[in-house]
Design a protein around this ligand. Structure first.
Ligand code: AMP
Length: 228
């Protein structure tokens, strides 16, 4: 049996991943979560779960997400506030896909209270636009366990079936070409301004995401070790 990886304590309650769709935030956030033994909170996955279980949130979010649009800030802030108040986030958490607007960033800081702005590390993952399009068009997703694959970079072992649970992989509706264009436009207009919002932050780090996933991951680990 493999030895359990040691828990790396971080003094920061939150690790935020910024970056356009396809930058590899999900992959890196999942690896960090595994290594640091912290929960990965993907608002995209939470919303997809809400849609699948037909909750009131899912009913509001579904039509917007299908077209590639953003879900309103107040819904996201409520969702994150509830999630972060759970016991498993007591020692920290990794946010994947939140905040995505300045309004969400401000709501998040308010939620953290007085010293909120310094209570997290921000990783801004950069990848050239052509590479993002290539990655998103080849992405395949497991609707059951939410694992992500890529037809060229990270193919599943057996004909488009999930390596973890065997479910048939699909292309997410919002990874289809016209929807991707809308998501990238929303990123440029609404999420990219967060880069200047956070770049004065002492724990803001821009990461070159156009490298092998292992190299990107070692960079993240190095930065977190250095700021401990
Ligand atoms: P993701 O899985 O992070 O790519 O998110 C998929 C979709 O969920 C996005 O295109 C949005 O429609 C919605 N979504 C996820 N996170 C947020 C957020 N923080 N704010 C608004 N919409 C979000």
């Amino acid at each position: 049996m493999a030895a359990a990886s040691p828990r790396v304590s971080t003094p920061y309650p939150g690790i935020i991943f910024l970056g356009p769709p396809g930058a590899g935030k999900g992959t890196q956030a999942a690896r960090l979560a595994d290594t640091l033994k912290l929960p990965r909170i993907s608002t995209g996955d939470m919303l997809r779960d809400a849609i699948a279980s037909e909750t009131p949130l899912g009913k509001q979010a579904g039509p917007l997400m299908e077209k590639g649009g953003l879900v309103p800030d107040d819904l996201l802030i409520t969702l994150i506030t509830e999630r972060i108040s759970r016991q498993d986030c007591r020692d920290g958490y990794i946010l994947d896909g939140f905040p995505r607007t300045i309004g969400q960033a401000k709501g998040f800081e308010e939620m953290l209270g007085g010293n909120g702005a310094n209570a997290f590390v921000v990783f801004n993952v950069e990848v050239p636009r052509e590479e993002l399009l290539r990655r998103l068009s080849g992405r395949r997703w497991c609707p059951k366990c939410q694992a992500t694959f890529h037809v060229i970079n990270n193919p599943p072992k057996h004909d488009l079936k999930c390596d973890r649970c065997g479910t048939q992989l699909i292309q997410r509706e919002d990874d289809k070409e016209t929807v991707v264009t809308r998501r990238l436009r929303d990123y440029d207009e609404r999420t990219a301004p967060l880069i200047s919002y956070y770049d004065h932050h002492s724990r803001f780090h821009t990461i070159n995401g156009y490298r092998p996933a292992d190299t990107v991951f070692s960079d993240l680990r190095g930065i977190l070790e250095a700021v401990r």
